[in-house]
Design a protein around this ligand. Structure first.
Ligand code: 13P
Length: 342
């Protein structure tokens, strides 16, 4: 069991590949589709997902896809389960299993991620439909006074409970403690909060006997708040991110896959490449598990129209190719003008 978990975790980050996070809830995806005047229905959401999942050649850059409950139950237009569509190309199907961030009673302005009740049974069902890995996202807001120790500790505890339940069902947990980039704080404050959060998370993972070799960490990069007057340079973000991870993530963890968190897609690619170009030795593979940064260009190219399907797939192929190069530290801006091949 442990050997299987470790080989799946390693496969998800091998060879410059990364993960597509396609696990927006129907509510969140509807908001994104509405913004482009695309009518959101179960079928249109299925068409949108299918565009990504059937992009020709995409398995060269994408090792796994995180789906949402609605998606993992859907069939393609050719009547094949979408999890099977992925598996046929050698892409590992994954599933988001948290029930979202809800207000944390007693600490105004902060959230706790819910979904532990009945999780063992849901994981068993998802494993039966082909899921090989899972995701649970905790969100940590930053201000001069936040996060509270309460918020950090209860979210760390829930992440560890989730992770150990996944491993019991032979599912690799992606542990995602996201320190939000909303706010006017500087990069130093982001580093301080990220350090505290990672420390609490690995403490909880240790206490609850999570097998570190059989998991992946999905953190934020260490970055300036979106409203901060001084935006840190790409080199500063890379150095602060690797320093923070080196101090707080055990070497037994096989891979770290960053979220994009609202960064522009070009910036998210440049940051990942700079991180991988640093000379410091590091024990884990550093790759991506982007949502918006991988999807945004394709969504704008597609616009809900079947005649734009190929254009959407070309945009996705191009972005995934750039992010995969970044995971190897080999991305250059000149790649942006190369024709996409999908
Ligand atoms: P973003 O890359 O859009 O932040 O999404 C990644 C993700 O899975 C958030 O939970």
């Amino acid at each position: 069991m442990t050997a299987d978990l470790e080989s799946t975790a390693r496969a998800l980050v091998a060879g410059g590949k990364g993960i597509l996070a396609a696990d927006e809830t129907p509510g969140t995806l509807t908001r994104r589709l509405d913004a482009l005047k695309i009518v959101s229905t179960p079928d249109s959401r299925r068409d949108y997902r299918e565009m990504f999942f059937t992009t020709p050649g995409i398995a060269e850059f994408i090792s796994g896809v995180i789906m949402q409950d609605e998606t993992i139950r859907q069939k393609s237009t050719k009547e094949i389960l979408l999890a099977e569509v992925l598996a046929q190309q050698g892409i590992l199907p994954g599933i988001k299993v948290d029930n979202g961030a809800k207000p944390l009673a007693g600490t105004p302005g902060e959230n706790i991620t819910e979904g532990l009740d009945g999780l063992r049974e849901r994981l068993k069902e998802y494993r039966g439909t082909g899921a090989r890995f899972a995701k649970w996202r905790a969100v940590i807001a930053v201000s001069d006074t936040l996060p509270s120790a309460t918020c950090v500790n209860v979210n760390a505890h829930a992440l560890a409970r989730y992770a150990v339940l996944c491993q019991e069902q032979a599912i690799v947990p992606i542990v995602e403690p996201e320190v939000l980039m909303d706010g006017s704080h500087g990069i130093e404050r982001c580093e301080e909060v990220t350090a505290n959060v990672l420390h609490a998370v690995f403490n909880a993972l240790f206490e609850q006997k999570v097998y570190l070799e059989g998991m992946l960490l999905k953190p934020n990069m260490v970055i300036s708040g979106i409203k901060c007057e001084r935006q840190a340079s790409v080199e500063e973000v890379a150095a602060a991110t690797v320093r923070c991870l080196s101090r707080h993530v055990p070497a037994a963890v096989p891979g770290i896959v960053f979220l994009s968190g609202g960064q522009n897609h070009l910036v998210a690619t440049a940051h990942l490449s700079a991180i991988n170009q640093l000379e410091e030795p590091r024990p884990w593979t550093l790759s991506f598990s982007y949502g918006r940064a991988l999807q945004d260009e394709a969504l704008r190219a597609w616009r809900g129209k079947s005649e734009n399907l190929k254009a959407g797939q070309r945009a996705f192929y191009h972005r995934a190719k750039c992010d995969s190069a970044a995971a190897l530290g080999k991305y250059t801006e000149s790649m942006e003008s190369e024709p996409a091949a999908a």
